[in-house]
Design a protein around this ligand. Structure first.
Ligand code: UD1
Length: 374
């Protein structure tokens, strides 16, 4: 069985790593890895291949940056050629980035089955580009692998046939559990001059937060206030770095000596920093899940989340973007009032094993899934 696995961006890499590793254990499976090149900086891509032991991509499309339409269209044009040439038995896409959606559309139109890993997540806010990617990808996928039961419910509500939906757990957590020990041995906080449990870790890159000057400025006000009580380490995404320069925020950052900016970090360093932080402030999707497993309080600087289980069962709190609320919630944690979460069902490090078993059974066995699987 030829399985074509797609990655495009940094968060896709943590998700594909355990899947490829599992696929390689089975002699009836021949996995190929395709990188669209949506993320291309070494720090956003190559370092994760090295650390997570992902084999070099068999196919690299070199798409790069652009508007949503440009990026999506370029991936589709290049991916169509690959599919026509290789005609895999199934295409595996992960997550919710532009590459995920572009490849699922292209494969579906060529009648090649699509398996979507991390299906069914919904923020119910279509101003978020990833929400559109999620809805389109799920509508076109033949096999939908979910991380939580609420995702199954979302898909059923949208009319996806129950027999195509598989609740399997979380591949991102497979990766975290596999690398946790190695990360812990790195002593990363000390290398940044930070004390264990006495700093906050921050990430910020959502267009709705960093592309709108007033919103970014308000978040910065909150960060400037918080860093007076707790040092904040801030690995800066390239998009965010560009906005800081464009909006002229550098002097404000220079006036906040405990808010320390660094380049984007590798997976292991970041994991080490996360697990030893007092709190994490973020607008990322995956970090809400990782902090839940690590038991570290997470303040999510967004108005909505597609991962409600991290709030109901985990350590996550949605704080929006108003400075007052962000500061108040950070103060609450500093005063010792932190959420204590529990591990969500099936986030046990075996999601990839379940997914590959299902793909082998359904695709390899030629099992019919309604009208969907062709
Ligand atoms: C993308 C995903 C987002 C994911 C994020 C993780 C979409 C719609 N968004 O957002 O869901 O959370 O990746 O990081 O697919 N850039 C570089 N070097 C790179 C990549 C990007 O400099 O290697 C800069 C470019 O200026 C680019 C900008 O960052 O225009 C944004 O990159 P893009 O891939 O469009 O989206 P992300 O914001 O990274």
């Amino acid at each position: 069985m030829n399985i074509l696995n797609v990655v495009g961006t940094r968060p896709n890499l943590m998700k594909i790593a355990p899947l490829i590793e599992e696929m390689r254990k089975h002699s009836d499976v021949c996995p190929t890895l395709l990188h669209t090149g949506q993320h291309y900086d070494d720090k956003m891509s190559q370092v994760f291949f090295d650390e997570l032991g992902i084999p070099a991509p068999d196919i690299y499309l070199g798409i790069g940056s652009g508007s949503h339409a440009e990026q999506t269209a370029r991936v589709m044009l290049a991916f169509e050629q690959v599919l026509v040439e290789k005609h895999p038995d199934v295409v595996v896409v992960v997550g919710d980035v532009n590459s995920t959606m572009a490849c699922s559309i292209t494969a579906a139109k060529l009648w090649i089955p699509v398996a979507h890993v991390e299906a069914g997540l919904r923020s119910f806010d279509r101003r978020i580009p990833e929400e559109i990617n999620r809805v389109v990808t799920d509508a076109l996928s033949d096999l939908l692998f979910t991380t939580s039961r609420d995702a199954n419910e979302n898909l059923l509500r949208e009319g996806v046939a129950a027999e195509r939906i598989f609740f399997v757990g979380n591949v991102m957590i497979d990766t975290l559990l596999r690398h946790r020990e190695r990360a812990m041995a790195l002593n990363t906080p000390a290398r940044f001059g930070l004390q264990v449990g006495e700093y906050a870790l921050l990430t910020l890159h959502r267009p709705s937060n960093v592309d709108v000057r007033e919103v970014f400025s308000g978040i910065l006000d909150a960060l400037v206030a918080i860093q007076q009580h707790l040092p904040i380490l801030f690995p800066v995404h390239p998009r965010t770095r560009e906005r800081i320069a464009e909006f002229g925020f550098s002097p404000r950052l220079a006036d906040a000596p405990n808010l320390r900016l660094t380049e984007p970090l590798g997976y292991l360093e970041f994991l080490d920093l996360m697990m030893h932080a007092k709190m994490v402030l973020t607008d990322s999707g995956g970090i809400q899940e990782e902090t839940t497993i690590l038991g570290i309080p997470c303040l999510t600087i967004r108005e909505s989340t597609e991962r409600p289980i991290t709030i109901t069962e985990g350590t996550n709190t949605l704080v929006g973007t108003s400075p007052g609320r962000i500061i108040a919630e950070a103060q609450r944690i500093l005063s010792g009032d932190s959420k204590v979460g529990r591990t969500p069902e099936l986030w046990d490090g075996r999601a990839a094993e379940r997914i590959v078993a299902i793909i082998r059974r359904v695709v390899g066995g030629g099992e019919q899934l309604g009208a969907g699987l062709r």
